[in-house]
Ligand binder design. Structure first.
Ligand code: HEM
Length: 416
């Protein structure tokens, strides 16, 4: 429940993200009254929270004056100080790199994510979607759509590109939940606190991908793991730290995000039967509906940017070295960009103006995959169903960085 939280806590307290209607109501007030909000939460760096669409968009696009830096995600200061004191290399995935170093690393794999390359994998995405629609048939007339169908579906699409075998999918799921859902007791496992859970997951990722690198260097294949294992920067092999983080970001960012978009998308469709019907009546709407789902769910809750000089945003000055938090879900409900932003509308004409995938040089590498995964699944499932309804309350993951609907009980009936 959000009523006891201060404005700043709404952005960092994991509980705040378990009831999004309340969250959006409170944040709408903040956006109108304090669009550049000092976080002011004990134990956290005092970043400025940006909730207006124009501010999030403009800062995202200016990759010269605003940098990502290794501290691209907001966590407790004590955790960050522990990471620094441990002497372990700081995170160095694409989102933590800046300037030409970022550009050169992104180039290593960018061919795989271009529209034509992603389009050429459509038949494989269709096949994987069909496998999970078949699983729904096998489960009868009820399932937990988020846990039983969407999570394994989105995971398999990415692991298929990666070249990770089916038997390792469960491990990838567990480790991703350790990275993104570390504060959610359901994903905590045997480890006592979120910081430790995160560290354990990263160590296990490192071990797993060290073996993958060895294998793909010895026996290259036509998969993304081979591209990362053999990636070169200025004619030399990519650094060990950057390579490991490259694997980790694609493995993690690649499925929990899309899975929350699809589970949250079905949740809102079931809450709005007229919208679901519109989509069923006109299957061509699925492309725009997918944009609206991505606006509505905004599964990545923020990234940070650091000011390289004093920067003015509205009436506020962010001093050189200060950080801003780009609140994507808040920006996606800005009434000055989206008409009636609290309404879900599969026909919204500017749904594609959402900032869920960020912007500028860091614009989500996997956006084409994410869109195709969502629209392929809905586009193939809905025509086969006679009915589909909620079968109890949905529940939300307790996490402030990447989160969404983690359980969605549904009941359904196939046409034959
Ligand atoms: C609905 C699903 C997704 C959402 C909402 C999402 C969101 C984001 C956001 C907000 C960023 C940071 C952009 C910025 O800093 O301006 C990002 C970056 C990234 N995403 Fe996604 N993402 C999704 C799906 C995917 C998928 C499917 C993949 C991989 C196949 C992926 C891989 C990446 C990578 C590698 C980056 C780092 C790009 C860079 O810094 O150059 N994402 N994503």
């Amino acid at each position: 429940m959000t009523e006891n939280l201060t404005p700043g806590q709404l952005f960092v307290d994991p509980d705040a993200w378990t009831n999004m209607s309340q969250w959006h109501e409170r944040v709408a007030h903040i956006r109108r009254t304090t669009p550049v909000l000092p976080l002011d939460v004990a134990g956290y760096e005092n970043v400025w929270v940006l909730t207006r669409h124009s501010d999030v968009f403009n800062v995202s696009r200016d990759n010269i004056k605003w940098l990502n830096t290794p501290r691209a995600v907001l966590g407790p200061d004590a955790d960050w100080q522990k990471t620094v004191a441990s002497g372990m290399p700081l995170p160095a995935s694409l989102v933590q790199l800046d300037g030409t170093k970022h550009q050169k690393h992104r180039l290593v794999a960018s061919e795989w994510f271009k529209p034509a390359a992603v389009g050429s994998r459509q038949s494989r995405i269709d096949e994987i979607a069909d496998q999970f629609i078949e699983r729904m048939r096998e489960l009868g007339t009820t399932c937990d759509f988020a846990r039983d169908i969407v999570q394994p579906y989105t995971l398999r699409v990415i692991m298929d590109i990666y070249g990770v075998p089916h038997e390792d999918e469960a491990l990838m799921m567990e480790l991703t939940q350790g990275v993104f859902g570390a504060a959610d007791p359901e994903f905590m496992g045997d480890v006592g606190d979120p910081g430790a859970r995160l560290a354990v997951s990263i160590m296990r990722f490192i071990q797993y991908f060290a073996a993958v690198t060895e294998d793909r260097r010895a026996c290259p294949r036509d998969d993304l793991a081979t591209v990362i294992a053999n990636g070169q920067i200025d004619g030399c092999p990519m650094g060990d730290v950057e390579r490991l983080w490259f694997y980790i970001i694609v493995a993690t960012a690649g499925h929990d995000t899309t899975s929350f978009a699809l589970s949250g998308g079905l949740e809102v469709l079931l809450q709005n039967p007229a919208q679901l019907q519109a989509l069923r009546d006109d299957p061509n709407l699925v492309v725009n509906a997918t944009e609206e789902i991505i606006r509505w769910t905004s599964p990545v809750r923020h990234f940070l940017r650091l000011a390289t000089e004093d920067m003015r945003i509205g009436d506020s000055i962010i001093p050189e070295g200060g950080r801003v938090l780009l609140s994507y879900p808040a920006a996606n409900r800005d009434e000055t960009t989206f008409v009636s932003p609290m309404n879900f509308d599969v026909r919204r004409t500017n749904a594609d103006k959402n900032v869920s995938f960020g912007g500028g040089t860091h614009y989500c590498l996997g956006a084409q995959f994410a869109r195709r995964e969502v629209r392929t699944f809905l586009g193939r499932l809905l025509p086969q169903l006679a009915t589909i309804e909620a079968n109890g309350e949905a529940s939300w993951s307790r996490a402030h960085f990447v989160s969404g609907v983690k359980h969605l009980p549904i009941t359904y009936c196939f046409k034959n």
